[in-house]
Design a protein around this ligand. Structure first.
Ligand code: NBP
Length: 480
């Protein structure tokens, strides 16, 4: 039994993420209570890293809770879903009014809303907190997206802001908003990560097909791109992965890896939520479907046999111009993906009354997380200048980058289509851009069709109100 309550914060769940988060807190001078369902993990943490700071190990949940100063702050870092509920159920009888449970796992924001409501009724705070950056980020400084009450953030904020990544002296952590806001923003972050990776993969594929270049040569192109507007963690590690040689075969690493991508589900959640909110996040959706398609091995095999030569031979005349076209198309498509992601956050914030600061969200993604990138500064500036910006695409910096890239974007997508190279994210981003800027959309015809077969009515351009035409009769129009 712990003798006195000395720990400022506790972490239960000491697999890779919890262990590293606890070490990060201890290294930053906080006294950290630690606990894991299987006590061997707690013991090994203290045995291997006890000299990094002050840990208070608890063999049982009761010991662990007793070692925490009040109001208690308990980070739960276990497998998302039923394990999180099991841990909360075990904790609640041991806690007192005003104590805080922080779920740093990858929970669905709807689960977070449910848990927050239930715990609030029992006088407890529940902070659903998104943590990005993987195991290295958890140890060295993640991007932290806490949701929950302002009161809980008053206790958690100083600790989280200290252990988070910092960019230009600013912590990559801010209070995102009430109940599920933190996990919602983390979910969209992961969705953008899907789109970003798919776009990078398509750029690689285009360069490989168009230039007939080796992965090592393409690695150099990405390395070069990382010195400009595209500078980001993902572009940097793309160069690393492409340059890597498989020790066993001496071949390029990307050529000995199966071309099937996994997904843990956050991309799917993002798309589902966007469908519910009516927000077209086409880049994220294409990226999620592209992963699904890659896994349909039997269908791919059948189609490959049926259509062995479906494209023209690609002949790039000017290699440098082509590389620049792909770079510009990548930047424009990436801007579309971020514009859509921020639209999604704005819609979620409105739907659930979270009042999320969009510029502040861009700020906390500048470091620590997987999508950290130079141009997040520009997103923050855009929303600082105009908080009600209709779309990021029209903010001056992004409008210029997209405008300058349009001819390249069209050439790349058209050439890829002719050559039969799939570019679902590049081409759907261009289609989104063209649809947004179109004078008239064919949705007018869709209104007509819906009225024809289902009397769903339509609106006219020249008069207010809804109307219906008697399509099966004399085709007169009447107000609906
Ligand atoms: P895992 O997601 O692999 O979970 C393992 C932990 O959950 C262990 O501590 C395990 O205890 C505990 N646990 C399970 Br499983 N069922 C339990 C139960 N019924 N009661 C109590 N404890 C239980 O760990 P992780 O990879 O460190 O991730 C932790 C969380 O962080 C997850 O929600 C994950 O989605 C999220 N996350 C992970 C990353 C990443 O890069 N890995 C990044 C960002 C967020 P045991 O030791 O007794 O089995």
């Amino acid at each position: 039994m712990a003798e006195q309550a000395t720990a400022q914060i506790g972490v239960t769940g000491l697999a890779v993420m919890g262990r590293n988060l606890a070490r990060n807190l201890a290294r930053n001078g906080f006294t950290v209570a630690v606990h894991n369902r299987t006590p061997a993990r707690t013991r090994s943490l203290v045995a291997e890293h006890g000299d990094e700071g002050t840990f208070v190990p608890g063999e049982t949940m009761a010991d662990f809770v007793a070692s925490l100063e009040r109001p208690r702050a308990v980070i739960v870092m276990v497998k998302a879903g039923a394990p999180t509920d099991a841990v909360i159920d075990e904790l609640v009888p041991l806690l007192e009014e005003g104590d805080i449970i922080v779920d740093c796992g990858n929970a669905h924001f709807a689960d977070t809303r449910r848990r927050e409501e239930a715990l609030r009724a029992q006088g407890l705070h529940f902070s659903g907190t998104g943590v990005s950056g993987g195991e290295e980020g958890a140890l060295l400084g993640p991007s932290i997206m806490p949701g929950g009450s302002a009161e809980s953030y008053a206790k958690l904020g100083p600790m989280f802001e200290k252990i988070a990544a910092h960019v230009d002296g600013v912590p990559c952590c801010t209070h995102v908003g009430p109940d599920g806001a933190g996990h919602f923003v983390k979910m969209v972050h992961n969705g953008i990560e899907y789109a970003d990776m798919q776009l990078i993969a398509e750029a690689y594929d285009l360069l490989r097909a168009g230039l007939d270049a080796t992965p090592a040569e393409i690695a150099e192109i990405f390395r070069d791109w990382n010195n400009g507007e595209l500078e980001s963690f993902l572009i940097e590690i793309t160069a690393d992965v492409l340059a890597h040689t498989d020790a066993a075969t001496g071949r390029s690493f990307v050529d000995i890896v199966q071309d099937r991508a996994e997904q843990k589900g956050t991309g799917r959640w993002t798309v589902q939520s966007a469908l519910d909110l009516g927000i077209p996040i086409t880049g994220i959706a294409e990226a999620t479907f592209a992963r699904s398609l890659s896994g349909h091995v039997d269908q791919r095999e059948a189609a490959r046999r049926a259509f062995p030569d479906a494209g023209e031979k690609w002949q790039v005349a000017d290699r440098d111009a082509f590389v620049e076209d792909v770079r510009r198309a990548l930047l424009a498509s990436k801007i579309v993906a971020y514009a859509q992601g921020f639209d999604h956050i704005r819609a979620g914030s409105k739907e659930y009354a979270w009042d999320i600061d969009l510029g502040g969200t861009a700020t906390i993604w500048r470091g620590g997380c997987i999508i950290r990138a130079r141009f997040l500064n520009r997103i923050r500036e855009a929303y600082d200048e105009q908080p009600d910006l209709p779309t990021l695409l029209v903010a001056p910096y992004f409008a210029e980058a997209v405008g300058a890239g349009v001819p390249s974007w069209r050439r790349v997508v058209a050439d890829a289509a002719r050559a039969g190279v799939p570019t679902p994210a590049f081409s759907s981003s261009l289609a989104y851009f063209d649809a947004l800027r179109a004078e008239r959309l064919p949705a007018a015809l869709i209104q007509g069709l819906r009225d024809n077969f289902g009397a769903h009515t339509y609106q006219r351009v020249d008069r207010a109100g809804s109307f219906h035409t008697t399509w099966a009769g004399d085709r007169t129009e009447s107000p609906a």
